[in-house]
Design a binder for this molecule. Structure first.
Ligand code: T3D
Length: 260
């Protein structure tokens, strides 16, 4: 049996591919467990610099597999699925000390949208769409969906999109600030690869500290954020990459960052 999550690795760039294309990469609990295991592997790999998450076939992910017996039959089952399978994966992506790119190759629906939006940068094919499908089956956006939609779209648009079960086409998602970029379909792979390569050569320790600062900024006051920035900047300034960045600037040469 092919794994439901494919993992590839090259030059510090890790790639996880959701791999149930015949079901549009709909998420089963088994698949989410595999995803969680692979994310743990990457978190433990000191050579990892960047993670790309994408989908096999014509979809990114159709969200919860509605045929996964026992996953969603009633409130108790749903709570278990959310708490034991979705939430850990979202926390793992959130706390991963690496930039995470979602390469959204096709439709993302329901928790597939939440999964993409948990990533640090979302690049989508122009023909892809973000289908806030939950209301169509009587559920609410989960896996961080309400958090991300409200933060990225603002409450007015987020509530309407969720309550109306809107499907937002990738170019509109870029316009609305829901995602970083929508690119022509045939350019998606090259765009994601170039972005990943660029980030893999960046001072990734500083990028991880930035990620922490941006996440904390969601709930901090200005005073709290100023204090946190001072702390995280002191950590950034102690990296070899900072010394290298300054040395390279003064020597008028390109820096060679190592992510340490
Ligand atoms: O405990 C919890 O709370 C669980 C967490 C829930 C969070 C959620 O994610 S809730 C939302 C679940 N997702 C959906 O409701 C989306 C359902 N899918 C669709 O609405 C459509 O499939 C799409 C808009 C995504 C794509 O439409 P289209 O026309 O391009 O494709 P299709 O023909 O509908 O789908 C192709 C096949 O994939 C089809 O199977 P078949 O007929 O060829 O045998 C379809 O049934 C299957 N499929 C698509 N989505 C799912 C799925 N099978 C199981 N679960 C799915 N989510």
């Amino acid at each position: 049996r092919e794994p439901a999550i494919l993992m590839q690795q090259e030059g510090g760039i890790h790639r996880l591919t959701l791999n149930r294309p015949q079901r549009l990469n709909a998420l089963t609990r088994a698949m989410l467990s595999e995803l969680s295991d692979r994310l743990a592997d990457i978190a433990a790999d000191a050579t990892a610099r960047v993670l790309v998450i994408t989908g096999a076939g014509r979809a990114f992910s159709a969200g919860q597999d509605l045929t996964d017996a026992g996953a969603i039959e009633d409130g108790r089952a749903c709570r278990n699925t959310v708490e034991r399978y979705y939430n850990p994966v979202i926390r793992q992506i959130h706390s991963l000390d690496l930039p995470v790119i979602a390469g959204v190759n096709g439709i993302a629906a329901g928790a597939g949208v939440s999964l993409a939006l948990a990533c640090d940068m979302v690049v989508a094919a122009e023909s892809a769409a973000f289908d806030i499908a939950f209301a169509r089956i009587g559920l609410i956006p989960d896996a961080g969906g309400t958090h991300q939609l409200q933060r990225l779209l603002g409450p007015a648009r987020a509530k309407a999109a969720a309550m109306l079960g809107e499907k937002i086409a990738a170019p509109a998602a870029e316009q609305l600030g829901l995602i970083y970029r929508a690119v022509p379909d045939q350019e998606l792979a090259a765009t994601v690869d170039a972005l990943a390569a660029r980030l893999a050569n960046a001072p990734t320790k500083a990028l991880a500290l930035m990620k922490q600062a941006f996440h904390a900024g969601d709930h901090h006051s200005l005073e709290q954020q100023l204090a946190l920035e001072a702390e995280l900047q002191s950590q950034a300034a102690d990296t070899e990459d900072f010394a290298e960045g300054v040395a390279a600037f003064l020597a008028k040469r390109a820096p060679g960052f190592k992510g340490i």
